[in-house]
Design a protein around this ligand. Sequence first.
Ligand code: GLP
Length: 242
Amino acid sequence: MNVWVYDSDDKLNEAGAGIISGIVQTNPRAVLGLATGGTPVGIYKQLVGDFERGMFSFRGVTTFNLDEYVGLPENHPESYRAYMNEHLFRHIDLPSGQAHIPDGNAPDLEAECRRYDERIEDAGQLDLQLLGLGHNGHIGFNEPAHALIKGTHVVDLAEETRKANARFFPSLDEVPRQALTMGVGTILKSKTILLVVKGADKADIVRRALQGPITTDCPASLLQTHPHLVVLLDRAAAEKLS
Ligand code: GLP
């Protein structure tokens, strides 16, 4: 694993965007796994700036988002579809048919999960999966559990996760109770994994994820087994690493 620690948020975002754009420049038909949450916003902003400066095109790229809430209308400001449109998709030349996000409003959610996995399978292996980190060690919405699921599945969100995400909603009650998430099997099959974590509130979980035992109680700890894991941390998030 390669761990990089940054004092400046701008430098961290530039590094993250640079890794993604490097993959797209080398392979214009790259398949990218994308993440939402507060953490990658600056990376997307940098990527959009680089795109506007003509550094690369997303025309041949295919993307798969990690997750989506169940039951939020697509145009709800907190749906992950709306987030991706706002922070990335509407600014770049990625054809809309190549930007995949699981449909949390599908009439048959199990069938939607199977459909999503088939789409990923058809696109081939993910070249890169961008990840943030939940306070309980979740990746995507793979919550700590006795056993983890390989493929895309419906998940009951942990109370801790709903509380953490309540900052984006008018009240905790409005945070959905379920989501669809890519499974850890798919995430771990990605050729490169780019984990980005910021903030002192994540310092404990960063240590558990990167230096603790490998356990399903901390899904991110499975990333330690990945042959090409790149971790970008700000100084505060890296504080408790030995
Ligand atoms: C969310 C998302 C994750 C994200 C994580 C951290 O619930 N499902 O994909 O990485 O929690 O979010 P944030 O970056 O806002 O701290």
